[in-house]
Ligand binder design. Structure first.
Ligand code: SF4
Length: 141
């Protein structure tokens, strides 16, 4: 018997908070110098497990402008980066590390890289778990 989705989603949200400033230590250095925009509109779209996560937290899925080109910049990309808090973004926005980000991770302090890698792995496991667990009673109706 697995834990229910609410517990898993709460844990996921907590880890997204914990990891956010660690991830931003790298993106702050790497992203402004990047010539390619990773944050395309298609990457800011919510997938099935993102929706399960948000519903388990009792949240509505944040609206997206389906009229925007999917290959263009994400509508949430502001001058100082993403305008949505990490825990409300699709999980892809957190787990995806481009090559320059991976290089920064590997070239930086190894203890910090290990900590962040462990957090990311834990979140990946929880994200997949969300799709496998039974829905709590309030989602069955
Ligand atoms: S991090 Fe934010 S701006 Fe980038 S794709 Fe995700 S939602 Fe869009």
């Amino acid at each position: 018997m697995t834990a229910n989705r609410v517990e898993t989603a709460d844990k996921m949200k907590q880890l997204l908070f914990e990891s956010s400033s660690m991830i931003e230590d790298y993106t702050r250095e790497v992203c402004p110098a990047s010539t390619e925009v990773c944050c395309k509109q298609k990457h800011g779209m919510f997938r099935e497990n993102d929706i399960i996560y948000l519903h388990a937290l009792g949240m509505q899925v944040p609206p997206r402008d389906h009229g925007r080109p999917l290959e263009g910049p994400c509508e949430l990309m502001g001058p100082r980066g993403c305008e949505q808090p990490r825990w409300l973004r699709p999980f892809r926005c957190t787990w995806y590390f481009c090559e320059p980000l991976l290089t920064a991770l590997n070239d930086g302090p190894s203890r910090k890289a290990r900590q962040l890698s462990a957090l990311l792995q834990e979140m990946v496991d929880l994200y997949h778990e969300l799709g496998r667990e039974e829905a709590p009673d309030r989602e069955r109706f």
